[in-house]
Design a protein around this ligand. Structure first.
Ligand code: SME
Length: 165
């Protein structure tokens, strides 16, 4: 496996089409989820230069082990909130709905959790294994309206590759 990423310029679709085979190479034969989430965060951050790219994983609630909450996992970018309840913020809403959420302007999203005041738009993609959300991929941009159906399609493909390992 080559450890250097080839960074390209081009349309968003061209960039994802160059990146995805490289991500598959990074994931190939590696069963450790945290290692794979760490490398995917790094690859996305390096190629796109987004403000924040990372994962939250569904884990027992620190105060009530009968409940679960999202806990910060591997990421690239500024320090972030560590725990998010179901239904809270964009991440908690994507978890609750088991669906990708695209937010063009985070200030217009009721309950958005501002880990960084620099974040302006966001996409959150749930990791769904055997019908259950086990975590989310969260990507934040310092620009408004940076995410669309192309990001949704390719980021969901990247998540499905992670879940195949
Ligand atoms: N903005 C997210 C919280 C996570 S940070 O952006 C890294 C939300 O509203 O769920």
């Amino acid at each position: 496996m080559a450890e250097d990423l080839t960074i390209i310029q081009g349309s968003k679709a061209e960039i994802y089409q160059s990146l995805i085979p490289q991500i598959k190479g990074l994931l190939d034969g590696e069963p450790d989820l945290v290692a794979n989430l760490a490398n995917v965060s790094a690859a996305l951050k390096e190629q796109f230069g987004w403000l924040w790219v990372g994962f939250y994983l569904v884990k027992p609630d620190s105060k009530n082990s009968a409940e679960t909450e999202l806990v910060l996992g591997p990421f690239q970018g500024p320090v972030a909130c560590t725990r998010i309840k179901k239904g809270r913020g964009v991440c908690g809403a994507a978890w609750q709905n088991s669906a990708t959420l695209i937010v063009a302007d985070v200030e217009k999203f009721p309950g958005h959790i501002a880990c960084s005041s620099l974040s302006k738009s966001e996409i959150v993609v749930p990791l769904i294994k055997n019908g259950e959300v086990i975590g989310v991929l969260d990507v934040d941009s310092a620009e408004l309206d940076q995410f669309d159906e192309t990001d949704k399609q390719y980021l969901e493909e990247i998540i499905s590759q992670i879940l195949l390992q």
